[in-house]
Design a binder for this molecule. Structure first.
Ligand code: EPU
Length: 457
């Protein structure tokens, strides 16, 4: 398909693109091409982060495989190093040894960069009896308080206070956390993970009800079990944990990233293409697969861990049909795929409604998608998308990513749009997608990363 051409409306005397000084990286997409071929997904970011935190529970070294190379996993490694851990990376392997921990207060500026940084409070408190952790950062998609973490840690016998912008906690009896039964007010993924890690080293039994059921919880339980922990019920709404005073580092391979799988399924759909994707645990994406099949896509399981999604014209007939979704905790429709689904729906036929029920402020991509010509109206947490269908494609635009998944929705819109799209703020997207432009290029997309402004000026 076509190659880049940036010289459509130049004002420079020399008829060459005006190049401005280097700045933050941008992605430039020359859209409208179809994709083809195969893409290999990386290890899951949202599994890797809690499992990296869980290495703090373990004596000796943990050898983690399939760790995605992302700014978030590198920040998490720095957080562990700020506590005194030794972290070595080779390709997708990360070896963490926490025998030399000298501090229970991780670097606050790093914790402030990602939500996963706060997870260390559970293992630190359980193994060392105290922790002082700054409030976490992460995507700006809602208030994202930590009250459920604090409630659970208190139930396990910790004294917890918020002082000087940090959560300070110590074991109340001066010895160990004590197993307890409690119910989470909401099945928070991060709170479930943090409390699960703490309970694995508490004295006696813990029962956590209304726990999150996400596949990443099962992955964390898998790692902890390898290290000697006793966790039952992972993947259901009730966790039964028997504490062990000592856990030992082990080797573990991080599960494939189901949100990345979903992202490439949506990339194929929005570009009306056919691609195959592996490794895929099909069960983790049933919700998305059902919606895309209902819209007219054909999804084939080519082997145990490979799927093919086809949205080419001779498969889908007239065009893809819009559909409505409401995000919910697993097994509901994943909130992380909501912005990307919105990009797709803006190209389908008919009116679709998206309701965001997990985060209160996950709609900031809407104003950017509108710059492509997408017809979206937002009322509170509901967005109504009037699909344009093939008669009226999206138009390339200059847009800005302000969060990870919202940013990726702009990349998808750029792939589908006619003409050139320039996406700034791409560091948000780098938090969660390994080798993004290389993978897209491998599928035939015209996409490059640049630090200079090359958009026609
Ligand atoms: N919540 C509270 N109090 C708490 C904890 C959570 O009110 O103490 C609320 C949150 O404000 C939110 C809801 O509960 O409205 C769900 O939050 P949850 O705790 O489940 O999410 P998280 O652990 O902060 C993880 C992922 C997110 C993903 C959500 C939901 C990681 C590092 N992050 O966040 O991933 O959207 O679960 O599935 O695992 C992403 O990858 O782009 C991303 C944001």
């Amino acid at each position: 398909m076509g190659t880049f051409c940036f010289c459509s409306s130049m004002t420079s005397n020399f008829n060459v693109p005006q190049v401005l000084p280097p700045s933050d990286p941008k992605l430039v997409v020359n859209g409208g091409s179809t994709l083809s071929g195969h893409v290999i997904v990386s290890g899951s970011k949202n599994s890797a982060l809690p499992i990296l935190a869980a290495t703090l529970c373990c004596s000796g070294s943990s050898n983690l495989k399939n760790v995605p190379y992302l700014s978030d996993t590198r920040t998490m490694a720095s957080i562990l190093e700020s506590l005194g851990a030794q972290v070595m990376s080779f390709g997708g392997d990360m070896v963490v040894n926490t025998d030399g921990i000298v501090s229970v207060e991780p670097d606050s500026s790093d914790v402030g960069k990602l939500r996963g940084g706060f997870f260390v409070i559970g293992p630190l408190l359980a193994r060392f009896g105290e922790a002082c952790v700054g409030l976490p950062g992460g995507c700006d998609i809602g208030a994202r308080p930590v009250d459920l973490y604090i409630h659970g840690l208190r139930a396990l016998g910790a004294t917890v206070e918020l002082r000087d912008g940090k959560v300070q906690a110590h074991v109340s009896n001066g010895k160990d956390l004590i197993g307890a039964s409690f119910r989470l007010g909401y099945p928070s993924v991060g709170a479930t993970e943090t409390l699960m890690m703490a309970a694995c080293m508490a004295e006696g039994k813990t029962v956590i009800s209304n726990a999150a059921q996400e596949p990443e919880i099962i992955d964390l339980a898998g790692f902890l079990t390898n290290c000697g922990a006793v966790v039952e019920g992972a993947g259901t709404d009730t966790l039964y944990i028997t504490g062990r005073r000592k856990l030992y580092g082990s080797e573990y391979s991080i599960m494939p990233d189901r949100i990345e799988v979903g992202t490439y399924m949506l990339a194929a759909a929005i570009t009306r293409s056919c691609i195959s994707i592996s490794p895929v645990a099909h069960i983790t994406l049933t919700c998305l697969a059902d919606k895309l099949s209902g819209a007219g896509c054909k999804i084939l399981q080519l082997s145990d861990d490979t799927l093919e999604l086809s949205a080419v014209p001779w498969t889908i007939g007239d065009d893809l049909r819009g559909f409505s979704v409401k995000t919910n905790p697993f097994p509901g429709f994943p909130t992380d795929l909501q912005p990307l689904t919105m990009a797709l729906l803006s190209t389908c036929k008919g009116v679709s409604v998206i309701e965001e029920s997990v985060f209160e402020n996950r709609m900031s991509h809407v104003t950017e998608l509108q710059k492509f010509g997408a017809k979206i109206q937002v009322c509170g947490s509901r967005a109504t998308v009037s699909g344009k269908g093939k008669a009226s494609p999206l138009r390339g635009s200059q847009v800005n990513a302000t969060d990870l998944r919202g940013g990726m929705s702009l990349v998808l819109a750029g792939l589908a749009a006619e003409g050139i799209t320039e996406i700034s703020g791409i560091s948000h997207v780098d938090r969660g997608y390994e080798s993004l432009e290389m993978k897209l290029q491998g599928l035939g997309a015209n996409v490059i990363r640049t630090t200079t402004t090359t958009f026609p000026v």
